[in-house]
Design a protein around this ligand. Structure first.
Ligand code: RNT
Ligand code: ZN
Length: 411
């Protein structure tokens, strides 16, 4: 008997069909963030990363050009199983260098569209409200300077058109996520004003007509950023209320909450009030540090929650982390695979039976089942999935080979 066949039997005894789990996992799409490849720099401004987010480390080989970033993503994609989407930021526009973010057009993303189309992928998109000279005093859409605010509104509108173009070209709906870094390091005198301006700016962006079946606009909240510790304009309450008020989609990044808050717990609440919800999956160590996603409790809890809510087709899943201290391609593969592994872990649970135990207040039995599942042979099912997807298990050798052949010569 193969290891998979044995695992299949062990899971069957626990009331789980591994074939069904593998089948379900195959169709879950993960939107892979392009910004792991170059430490969130992009091609359009030459500015250092700002906005209260940070990369640390100087591992050799970061992508410096569109060509290099595409090649690196390709390498990563070839070692990631399952269904994937390309997640771009506006700062990855491919221009001659003289195009303002408020003037961006679909043509500046033609090469990305060809890249995605050739690989049969959809594209998700993010306006880039940071690392730019038009960010004034740390503010964009909430700026009291009308010129600054209007600039970023134009950027938002430009991005919306590009998002629609992505959907039209690829035939796959585009998720366009809005996140602004706006906030204050120290205690603001006026908390209402910036939020009122942010609201007005969002209203202005959303007053552009767009096809809601093609573009899903998501709004990402945050608790604080580095250098912006006292006040964040786009707080959880602001963003959730705004999304609800306007019928757009809320996005939760699990690095954007207080450390003992659980994004897993928030999922069911949002699912009751939203047709779709969106997630940025990351790993926060002590702060929103954006470490590579691991196969850890937090990731598993999030994945199990999506599965047990029966919401795999209602959650837009994207990765969002950036580690510059290790091989960036390995970082991509490790993080995305771990999210997929966590989803498999969720799919390998006898969800209905466990809910029944809960409803019958058989909590002793529930604890027993949950703990037994932790030592069940998920590794063998995962290996079978990789095999069926035609992806090698040992990605490290491949990555190391690419590093010595390609990355090391980038200075
Ligand atoms: C920042 C947010 C945001 C960014 C990306 C680059 O804290 O998580 O999603 O990481 O837009
Ligand atoms: Zn995020």
């Amino acid at each position: 008997m193969s290891r998979y066949d044995e695992a299949k039997k062990i899971y069957a005894d626990l009331g789980v069909d591994t074939e069904k789990a593998i089948q379900a996992l195959k169709s879950v799409c993960v939107s892979v963030h392009c910004w792991q490849g170059d430490d969130v720099i992009g091609f359009d401004s030459g500015e250092a990363l700002s906005g209260g987010i940070q990369t640390t480390g100087n591992y050799p080989g970061k992508a410096r050009t569109p060509h290099e970033l595409m090649a690196d993503m390709d390498k990563a994609f070839s070692l990631i199983p399952g269904s994937k989407k390309l997640n771009l930021h506006a700062c990855y526009a491919i221009t001659d260098g003289n195009v303002g973010r408020d003037e961006l057009e679909p043509c500046h993303f033609e090469k990305w569209v060809s890249f995605a189309k050739e690989r049969g992928m959809g594209i998700d998109f993010n306006p880039t409200f940071f690392s730019h000279p038009m960010v004034k005093d740390g503010l964009t859409l909430s700026s009291p300077d009308e010129e600054v605010r209007a600039y970023w509104v134009r950027h938002g509108i430009a991005c919306l058109k590009i998002a629609e173009y992505f959907a039209n070209e690829t035939g796959v709906p585009c998720v366009m996520n809005i996140w602004i870094p706006d906030g204050y390091k120290d205690i603001p005198a006026d908390r209402l004003g910036p939020r009122a301006r942010f609201k007005r700016s969002l209203d202005e962006i959303l007053s552009t007509s767009y096809d809601k079946k093609k573009v899903y606009i998501t709004l990402e909240s945050k608790v604080f950023g580095i250098g912006l510790e006292s006040y964040t304009v786009g707080s959880a309450e602001f963003c959730l209320s705004y999304a609800d008020h306007k019928g757009i989609t809320p996005l939760m990044d699990n690095g954007h909450y207080h450390p003992t808050e659980s994004v897993a717990d928030k999922i069911s609440a949002l699912l009751l009030y939203n047709e779709k919800i969106a997630l940025h999956v990351t790993r926060a160590i002590r702060w929103d540090s954006d470490h590579v996603v691991l196969f850890d409790d937090e990731t598993r809890d999030i994945a199990c929650e999506i599965v047990s809510c029966g919401a795999l087709d209602r959650v837009f899943l994207a990765t969002d982390y950036f580690d510059a201290s290790i091989n960036r391609i390995s970082a991509w593969i490790t993080g995305v695979r771990n999210l997929q592994k966590a989803l498999l872990y969720g799919l390998l649970m006898p969800t209905e039976r466990m809910a029944e135990l809960q409803n019958n207040n058989e909590m002793t039995e529930l604890m027993y089942v949950r703990e037994e599942l932790k030592v069940a042979p998920i590794g063998d099912v995962w290996a079978e999935f990789l095999n069926r997807e035609g992806v090698v298990a040992d990605y490290l050798s491949e990555v190391k080979k690419y590093e010595s052949e390609v990355l090391i010569s980038r200075k």
